[in-house]
Ligand binder design. Structure first.
Ligand code: NDP
Length: 511
């Protein structure tokens, strides 16, 4: 539809009481905000069962917490309480570790590898069977758009289980000439941005290699991990092979410090990663750390601009920007900077911020009040640093924790919004003239997790890519994940790799 087809301003898709659009921003060629109308298409949550409360999943059954303490899990789009979650103390963690140790010694490490694989395949299929329930629950508990939980989180979680199920009886081929031995009991701690998917990244390779686990989901997003516990129970997985304890940072500390845990796998912030690294120093615990990032997305003058705009939108606004490998720093070659910035702003005008369960929604709710405040603080910091802020004119819902997609231009390399991980829908734009300037700016942060390169020259992709200090380099795309592909960081973005053949290494001793 062109602007000439527009007769009068129509109220856009109104979800959760979105206000009417204000006047479109004056530097845009198109007026998207006032005439794209979508009927709402909410996914029904009627058939989704979220219990009023959940205990810990230990030794194959749900049990009450030793001290009986609980906390509420909130729907960030409505601020309603979804359920009460148990808080694990060190006593609960100890029970879970004991169950995992017994299962390791008696039931799992001694099972023929082929049989282990069958259980993991069964879990993968059950994730597929329950995918609708899991996707809706993930969106209600975490705020992410249903399109993403339905099309990305849940299918990928199943794919990781399928992939590692396949490795279970082929470890001799993974490590030719060597014997892969399981480690024992693994303590696994995950964040709130991809709850079920991060669980899959952790549990699937651990089980495939013959280990047992005690996993703690993040405080704000425990429900799909508890539904996964139901899958473990219903799949007939031997008791104690997977144990899920819920709680906050103290529960994580109890796992990290437990003497009978052989390996820690942590995904979360660099700050907590450093604490964990200190805690395990001097012990014989193995560890892997998947930490934060501040990914550079580099667009050269020879790139397809329209394609790059789509990639930039996906790189920073996917999952509300709660993505460790988000392309949160855009570096644009000077000759196309004005055109690209204008097109990007126009595309941002079309983004629908709203009800996570609505299939039209592009950007859902910020995961928690605390994260919403953190992002808001960074937006204020950006303004105080003198950067120019742009937000589209579309309305956002009144209640819940919603944040407009935000763009900052006029930033410099030393600005905090350029250096620090915001973990929200906030993008900064810088320009560069030469490839070496792009490389220098891209690598100039403490992080080294991801980067993107947009160009029509294959040789440029390989040249620039080989200079990136980042574990992942995407070319003419962004935020693509696959179970066969290793993922992890350099510098303060972490230690070790998850995914692919590389993801087996942290869970085995090679003899
Ligand atoms: P946190 O580091 O705050 O928390 C991660 C997990 O660790 C949570 O389960 C948390 O519990 C727990 N935890 C908190 N304190 C401790 C502690 N002292 N000892 C042990 N465990 C602890 O990160 P967020 O949950 O806020 O997640 C966002 C961060 O995770 C971002 O920095 C992001 O970049 C990073 N991340 C990295 C990924 C990667 O693969 N590299 C992927 C996804 C996220 P609780 O939340 O319940 O308090």
């Amino acid at each position: 539809m062109s602007t000439s087809e527009k007769n009068e301003a129509v109220e856009p898709n109104v979800t959760n009481g979105s206000p009417k659009p204000t006047s479109p921003n004056s530097d845009l060629k198109h007026d998207f905000a006032s005439f794209w109308e979508y009927s709402s298409a909410p996914e029904s949550s009627d058939k989704v069962e979220i219990k009023p409360s959940y205990g810990h999943f230990i030794d194959g059954e749900f049990v009450e917490p030793v001290k009986g303490r609980t906390f509420s899990s909130i729907n960030p789009a409505t601020e309603e309480v979804l359920t009460e979650i148990s808080e694990a103390t060190s006593e609960d963690v100890d029970k879970a570790v004991k169950a995992a140790r017994t299962a390791y010694n008696k039931r799992w490490s001694t099972l023929p590898a082929k049989e282990r694989g069958k259980y993991i395949f069964r879990i993968a299929r059950m994730i597929q069977e329950r995918s609708r329930d899991l996707a809706i629950t993930e969106s209600m508990d975490g705020g992410k758009p249903i399109r993403e939980s339905r099309d990305v989180d849940v299918p990928l979680a199943a794919a990781y289980f399928f992939y590692y199920a396949g490795w279970a009886d082929k470890l001799d081929f993974a490590f030719p000439g060597r014997k892969a031995k399981s480690i024992g009991v693994c303590g696994q701690i995950i964040p709130w941005n991809f709850p079920l998917l991060m669980l899959a990244w952790k549990i699937a390779p651990a089980l495939a290699t013959g280990n047992t686990v005690v996993l703690k989901p993040a405080e704000t997003t425990s429900i799909t991990a508890l539904k996964f516990a139901e899958i473990c129970r219903d799949s007939g997985l031997p008791d104690g092979v997977v144990n899920i304890v819920t709680g906050a940072g103290q529960t994580g500390t109890a796992i990290v410090n437990h003497n009978d845990i052989d390996k820690i796998a942590f995904t979360g912030s660099t700050k907590v990663g450093k604490i964990i690294q200190k805690s395990v120093a001097g012990t014989d615990k193995k560890f892997t750390l998947e930490l934060g990032g501040k990914g550079a997305n580099i667009v050269f003058e020879d790139a397809s601009i329209n394609q790059a705009v789509e990639g930039i939108i996906n790189a920073i606004f996917f999952n509300q920007g709660h993505v460790c490998c988000a392309g949160s720093r855009l570096l644009v070659q000077e000759g196309i900077a004005d055109e690209l910035t204008r097109k990007l702003k126009e595309r941002m005008e079309t983004l629908i911020v709203g009800d996570p369960l609505d299939k039209n929604t592009d950007i859902g709710a910020i995961n928690s009040k605390a994260q919403y405040e953190r992002i808001s603080d960074y937006i204020e910091i950006g303004k105080a640093e003198g950067a120019d802020m742009y937000q589209p004119s579309n309305g956002i819902p009144d209640g819940g924790y919603f944040c407009r997609p935000t763009l900052f231009t006029g930033v410099s390399q030393s600005n905090r919004i350029v250096q620090e991980e915001i973990f929200g829908p906030v993008l900064t734009i810088q320009t560069f003239r030469t490839p070496s300037e792009a490389i220098e700016k891209a690598n100039n942060t403490p992080y080294g997790l991801s980067s993107g390169i947009w160009t029509d020259r294959g040789s440029k992709i390989f040249n620039i890519g080989s200079h990136m200090d980042s574990g992942v380099v995407w070319a003419n795309t962004f935020n693509k994940f696959d179970p066969t592909s290793p993922f992890g960081g350099y510098k303060e973005s972490g230690v070790g790799r998850e995914g692919g053949l590389h993801g087996l290494y942290p869970y085995v001793n090679l003899v």
